[in-house]
Design a protein around this ligand. Structure first.
Ligand SMILES: [Zn+2]
Length: 348
């Protein structure tokens, strides 16, 4: 967990100012105006974690297009608060009046929060909400399915193989995922995102053992995980948590990544035939600066209309050069399998 929720978008502290200079265009530049989807969000007191997550969701073009269809808009309730944010962001441009904290129970307080937990919550809440709408529509059409735009975009599947090292019996299992939480090699100052992925997918041996269905006894077991189904939108979460002696610390490893391509083919299950390829491009990043229990969140998002990157620091929005998107502050990375097209939004 990396808690964050600074009151001010520009704390006087050295590290934040340093971050501005690191990733942002000249400090005194005017905020972006009249660009669809480029809109700062006011901080309601501690909501930088929320703002950063919302900016990333607002940059997920297929999701935005779906949610802003007139039919969907009139039906959504739980997600109404951030739907409003989408409307403002993609229609009026400029500054959003974003003072109300949305009705997310466990986040509706003045504590600092973890952006990954919030993102997971938003995705699940939106999926549940849309499921209800789909069921209502399906009742009329006689169909039945729990698939929503959220599961179609964000859901991938992992398959695991466990191998009994005594009798070679193999057992298979598979599970869906929406966010992959990647470990970071602890003893390095710098590594690549591929190193984190390799660490996640590498074979491990459970020395405590697992009960083998063939032997009927607890045996030493090897476990290996593959990607069974690639999601359209891939979310990678860097587990920046480590231990120093007895205390927990934030891992400040510089995890290097490219905005151009991320290739997942080394981690694909051999049964997956991927005609579309397994390559992704980055479109949004949540950054965290500060410590494990206190910090500030910002977002870097790519805009499909202007084809440029912006840094969203609560109400501050600034253009950022693509080469400066990579930084040691990256905490959550959002990738798209297909490049986003200009959004087709009706009625705004
Ligand atoms: Zn066995």
């Amino acid at each position: 967990r990396l808690r964050g929720g600074c009151v001010s978008s520009r704390p006087v502290g050295g590290s934040t100012r340093g971050l501005h200079q690191y990733i942002c265009a000249p400090y005194n530049e005017k905020p972006m105006k009249n660009q669809p989807g480029v809109c700062g969000l006011d901080n309601s007191g501690n909501s930088c974690y929320l703002n950063a997550v919302l900016q990333c969701l607002c940059s997920t073009v297929p999701l935005v297009e779906y949610l802003l269809q007139p039919d969907t808009r009139k039906d959504i309730s739980v997600s109404a608060a951030w739907l409003r944010c989408l409307c403002v962001s993609w229609s009026r441009c400029g500054w959003a009046e974003w003072l109300a904290v949305p009705p997310l129970p466990q986040f509706n307080n003045h504590l600092q929060q973890d952006a990954q937990e919030l993102l997971m919550y938003c995705i699940n809440a939106l999926h549940d909400d849309l499921k209800k709408i789909c069921r209502r529509q399906q009742k009329r059409g006689g169909l039945r399915s729990d698939s929503t735009v959220v599961s179609r975009l964000f859901e991938g599947r992992l398959s695991g193989v466990t191998l009994c090292l005594h009798c070679d019996h193999q057992a298979h299992n598979s599970q869906p995922f929406t966010i992959l939480s990647l470990p970071i090699p602890t003893d390095l100052i710098s590594c690549s995102i591929q190193d984190c992925l390799s660490l996640f997918f590498q074979q491990s041996v459970l020395s405590g053992g697992v009960v083998c269905s063939e032997c009927g006894l607890r045996r030493e077991t090897a476990v290996v995980t593959y990607l069974d189904k690639l999601p359209d939108i891939l979310i990678l979460h860097l587990k920046r948590f480590g231990c120093k002696g007895r205390s927990q610390v934030k891992l400040r490893t510089n995890v290097e990544f490219s905005t151009e391509t991320l290739d997942l083919s080394p981690f694909l299950s051999s049964s997956v035939f991927s005609s579309d390829g397994a390559s992704y491009s980055l479109y949004a990043v949540v950054n965290h600066i500060g410590h494990l229990h206190m910090g500030h969140y910002t977002a870097l998002c790519h805009n499909t209309v202007t084809q440029t990157w912006h840094c969203f620091d609560d109400s501050e929005v600034r253009p950022v050069e693509g080469v400066r998107v990579q930084s040691p502050h990256a905490y959550i990375l959002l990738y798209s399998r297909q490049p986003f097209l200009k959004p087709q939004i009706q009625g705004l």
